[in-house]
Design a protein around this ligand. Structure first.
Ligand code: IVH
Length: 694
């Protein structure tokens, strides 16, 4: 080996390349095949040599240099990455019957009697990532974020040694590989032990530890934590050279990505069930946490036919392991007031570890549930938690009931504001009638307003909202956008109209100039907001993010939506497939409340709501058209036809009106066809429809 002092530039370049290649090969052997071929000493000496050469020739440092795996200097915040292809999540099921239903649904959609082959993969309990490669070089890493926009974690991902930085051999020019970042159980325990001995706060589970390590603004910290990855899906790809999930895994393997060795093709429900049982048995002995299995239709042609629901694919599902249970006692029962005034009883529990997570509260749902299960304060109860859902009380252990247990009397007054709490006929929940005179409702609305799927304002968490409400800094959503203006300099001008409500955030406990500055930045970043988020943020009863998206797609602008609602013109609203009568009623009622209109008015003075832009195809003959299907189709199932039309930019309505552009008529069409004729709406046969969308 040439002495570093003697290396020419040419030689240094070649040497850096050799070392990068050698170490990458060793990483693959180590991480993917568990078969190290360099000893630790050899590996370290290569690493050192690399560093020394780079120190002498800094301009020769390679993008895929092993030294760049040690982290880059601290950043002040993550920049955002928008995903060209959204990072979706999966629907959850908890039993083999539900898996069976899912597969039946797939078959029905595809109109086939044959069970398709499924790729069955352990569901890694970590954080998803997306790694973008251009011409084989790792160029960008991102978190999932809200699925559409994630955070740029390029420097952090680069420190994970099992992630290839330079893919050799034939590879698409653009390739986004997605998968899960996780921390092994052993590394998690070691990290916690170290933290404990240093008197630091420990992590609750490996998932949190992985998240905490990956989302470090100082990627040198990420580099010190031993994170690993499994790859399992893709995002944008310039030339998809695989035609099944199994085939994709073969490519990943060849490119040097770690893939889970337990991934397995199954051909029947029975085989899927057997495999599930087997993995559950070995679950505890695996070096990493898994929380279920993921089943994916193996054929990509079929995946494409199946397509997507709002946020999840129709061709895959997560089969979660059964909930974990534990026994503990109920110390107290409290009533919480939600955003819409619903009173929810909550049990305060003697804290207990349930499957690795400390649990100290459980929901009791509503007053009938308490009666039905005969739950009393002081009772020993079985509680369970499954995935991310709030822990629940499964039942009481009556034999252990103490003599002094206390029955809970459900209040008929709001515990927060004292207003009457009434229960409408046929309703399971009792609601506070205080509306916006009830502080609990206001606070919950504010929390909803800034939550992840709404305005998603970093730095305005639940605690801060509560504090700011209490101290009269924020009373309604629009106030959020005037905080900066009201945050007066040290000397308060007593004659300024603003001074009555001014304050110095940076003087509050827990705040400093930097954090206040960050908060203002985070707020100002949300002065422009997408239409679906804005509608969702309003907190209209029953309007979740999927419904908000539907409304945005159908109305296009907030003004159009609000106009119809204020005029109680529900023709368009009720024609939207997926919006029923009860929901329409709640929406109209929301806009009939003067205080809601005032909130909206104040907000619109502060924020700009973007008109809805459709990312689906703009060049299709169905773009922007409203279509109605009727009768039985021959070549497509109704569901398939519907999702095809939607993916081409059409709105699918449930009934024919003057707004309908096309009625697609199958066999035995009934009144809708007649209505179309009456209104002069263009009617297409199935063949004509297929021709149109070809
Ligand atoms: S596939 C469109 N495969 O589970 C399909 N996800 O609940 C996208 N996850 O966000 C996901 N292991 O973080 C897939 N083998 C696996 C997985 C997996 C873990 C996570 C992932 C995803 C979440 C969905």
């Amino acid at each position: 080996m040439i002495d570093i002092a003697e290396l020419t530039e040419e030689q240094a370049k070649a040497e850096l390349q050799r070392i990068a290649a050698e170490m990458a090969k060793s990483d693959i052997a180590y991480y993917q095949f568990d078969a190290p071929y360099l000893t630790d000493a050899e590996y370290d000496s290569l690493k050192r040599r690399n560093e020394q050469i780079e120190a002498k020739f800094p301009h020769l440092v390679r993008a895929d240099s092993p030294s760049r795996r040690v982290g880059a200097p601290i950043k002040s915040e993550f920049s955002k990455v928008s995903h060209r292809f959204p990072m979706l999540s999966l629907g959850d099921v908890f039993s083999i019957e539900e898996v069976d239903d899912f597969i039946l649904g797939v078959k029905r959609f595809l109109n086939t009697a044959d069970t398709p082959t499924f790729m069955c993969e352990p569901k890694i309990d970590g954080l998803s990532f997306s790694a973008r490669y251009e011409h084989g070089k790792f160029v960008q890493g991102a978190t999932r974020g809200d699925g559409t926009t994630g955070e740029d974690i390029t420097a952090n991902l680069r420190t994970i040694r099992s992630l290839p930085l330079d893919i050799k051999g034939p590879v698409p020019d653009i390739l986004e590989v997605r998968g899960e970042v996780y921390m092994s159980k052993a590394d998690f325990f070691a990290l916690n032990q170290k933290y404990e001995s240093e008197g630091k706060k420990t992590f609750a589970n490996p998932r949190n530890a992985a998240a905490g390590s990956l989302r470090q603004l100082d990627s040198r910290i990420t580099a010190e934590r031993n994170l690993s990855i499994f790859a399992y899906t893709w995002g944008e790809v310039s030339n998809r050279v695989w035609d099944s999930q199994a085939d994709f895994f073969e490519h990943l393997r060849a490119w040097g990505f770690p893939i889970n060795p337990l991934n397995k093709l199954c051909h029947s429900v029975a085989e899927i069930e057997q495999n599930f049982a087997r993995i559950m048995e070995i679950r505890a002995s695996l070096p990493y946490d898994i929380d279920g299995m993921v089943y994916k239709v193996n054929s990509i042609e079929l995946q494409e036919r199946l397509g997507f629901l709002t946020r999840t694919p129709r061709w895959a599902i997560a089969h979660k392991f059964p909930a974990e249970q534990a026994i503990t006692t109920i110390n107290n029962i409290r009533v919480q007031v939600g955003r819409t005034g619903a009173l929810t009883p909550v049990a305060d529990l003697e804290p207990i570890n349930v499957g690795g997570v400390m649990v100290s509260h459980a929901t009791l749902h509503n007053e009938d549930e308490i009666k039905r299960k005969d739950i009393r304060i002081g009772d020993s109860v079985i509680i369970q938690r499954a995935g991310d859902v709030i822990p629940q009380v499964v039942g009481v252990i009556k034999e252990k009931r103490p003599a002094d247990s206390v029955e809970f009397e459900f209040p008929h007054y709001c515990p927060e504001c004292g207003a009457h709490a009434i229960r409408e006929e046929d309703e399971a929940v009792r609601r506070c009638t205080g509306g916006l005179t009830c502080p609990a409702q206001i606070i919950e609305r504010l929390k909803h307003f800034v939550s992840r799927d709404a305005f998603d304002i970093e730095g305005l968490g639940s605690k801060v909202i509560e504090e700011f409400y209490r101290d009269k800094i924020i009373q309604n959503p629009a106030d959020i956008f005037t905080i900066e203006q009201r945050n007066q300099p040290e000397v308060i001008d007593l004659f300024s109209p603003l001074s009555a409500n001014s304050f110095r955030l940076q003087n509050r406990e827990g705040w400093g100039i930097k954090s206040v500055d960050n908060l203002f930045k985070a707020i100002n970043a949300k002065r422009t907001i997408s239409l679906p988020r804005f509608i969702y943020a309003l907190g209209i009863r029953q309007v979740g993010s999927a419904t908000a998206l539907l409304l945005a797609q159908n109305y296009g602008t907030f003004e159009a939506f609000m106009n119809d609602m204020i005029n109680k013109d529900t023709a368009k609203l009720v024609s939207i497939d997926g919006i029923g009568g009860a929901m329409a009623k709640d929406i109209v009622e929301f806009f009939a409340e003067a205080h809601n209109l005032k909130t909206i008015h104040d907000l619109l003075a502060q924020v700009h709501v973007e008109p809805y832009v459709d990312n689906t195809r703009h060049d299709s003959p169905l773009t922007g058209k409203t279509v109605v299907f009727t009768g039985t189709l021959e070549h497509l199932t109704r569901q398939e036809a519907k999702s095809k039309a939607q993916s081409l930019g059409a709105k699918v309505a449930g009934s024919v009106s003057k707004n309908t552009d096309y009625v697609i008529m199958g066999a035995d069409a009934g009144s809708k066809a007649a209505k179309a004729k009456e209104l002069g709406v263009q009617i297409l046969s199935e063949a004509e429809f297929l021709e149109l969308i070809k």
